[in-house]
Design a protein around this ligand. Structure first.
Ligand SMILES: Cc1cc2nc3c(=O)[nH]c(=O)nc-3n(C[C@H](O)[C@H](O)[C@H](O)COP(=O)(O)O)c2cc1C
Length: 295
């Protein structure tokens, strides 16, 4: 059987500069008689990253599986480190929003930018569910309160604690006990007191990031997509917060998975609330990493 023709080289324009071969992470391309050529034995190793096409100065290379319109002229970096750092400093977790929806046009821009995130191997394994209907967000809030009430109750008796530990494993049990329990207790009390939302902070939009468990690096991929979305939202004047309390609940809930049509093989990895921030921060905050060593 013929191997799939993934690379088409135009011998008329190929100058044989070898740049495509040099940049290919899988050594799929080589120079043969002064022209780029895909090596039979390496074809299956091609990860379809498209770097060879993107780098060719004479546009002599095409990959039929990657449409030409996927490749757009690149601008030079439009800012320096200083501007980039100033931009990053603007990002804070926003939990107070204006009573204003996130425009669909902005959502489209955010998702387009999010899709530029790297992934373990192309194509993307991450799927995004966007919830922006108030009734749908309220439904989810009720489910979160219900599930976390169940968890808090479980922690209140020895048998419940054993069951939780068996169900989530020792490491997650400790995280639940040390970090989540009090937060959930407080959020549930606030909800029962006056309907306050301490899970999603009444944000007008929630994005859920989930990915196929069988895809390589599906967890990291989802976090990177979420992070790109977060920065894109910031560039559009929106505020966001990553919400770690939501994914495990949605992931374990048959009702929510069905409601959101999340495929059986997908795991819900992370979530992001978005909205127009009610307040502007006037100061940045300096933080250091937990540690840095150079050897
Ligand atoms: C993985 C992850 C999970 C988070 N989960 C929550 C959450 O459930 N609720 C919340 O209010 N903030 C959550 N945050 C936001 C953090 O509290 C916030 O990033 C941190 O306090 C630093 O503040 P800053 O983002 O304003 O710089 C989460 C952040 C990350 C990275």
């Amino acid at each position: 059987m013929m191997a799939k023709q993934r690379h088409q080289v135009d011998p008329e324009t190929c100058k044989g500069d070898g740049i495509c071969a040099d940049i290919c992470p899988e050594n799929v391309l080589e120079m043969v008689d002064g022209k780029a050529a895909a090596m039979e034995g390496r074809l299956e190793a091609c990860i379809m990253c498209g770097q060879c096409v993107a780098v060719c100065p004479t546009e002599s290379l095409q990959m039929p599986e990657l449409p030409t319109e996927n490749f757009q002229e690149l601008a030079r970096v439009p800012f320096g480190y200083r501007e980039f750092f100033d931009f990053l400093k603007l990002r804070r977790s926003v939990r107070v929003f204006k009573d204003q929806p996130v425009e669909r046009e902005l959502t489209g821009k955010i998702l387009k930018a999010a899709a530029t995130a790297p992934m373990g191997f192309p194509p993307h394994s991450t799927e995004v569910l966007v919830i922006d209907r108030r009734e749908e967000l309220e439904y989810l809030l009720k489910e979160l309160v219900k599930e976390y009430t169940f968890m808090v109750k479980g922690f209140s008796n020895p048998l419940g604690r054993v069951m939780i530990r068996l169900s989530v494993g020792a490491e997650n049990y400790q995280v639940l006990k040390d970090y989540i329990l009090d937060v959930a207790r407080y959020a549930n009390e606030a909800y029962h007191r006056d309907g306050s939302d301490k899970y999603m902070y009444n944000a007008p939009m929630l994005m859920l990031f989930h990915g196929n468990r069988r895809a390589i690096s599906y967890e990291e991929n989802a976090h990177l997509v979420c992070h790109h979305a977060m920065l894109a939202a910031l560039s559009l004047g929106l505020g966001t917060t990553i919400i770690g309390l939501i994914p495990p609940i949605v992931d374990r809930s048959k009702v929510l998975r069905k409601r959101y049509s999340i495929p059986k093989e997908n795991k819900v990895m992370t979530s992001l609330i978005l909205g127009h921030p009610k307040y502007r921060y006037k100061k940045s905050i300096h933080r250091d990493l937990a540690g840095v060593k150079t050897i």
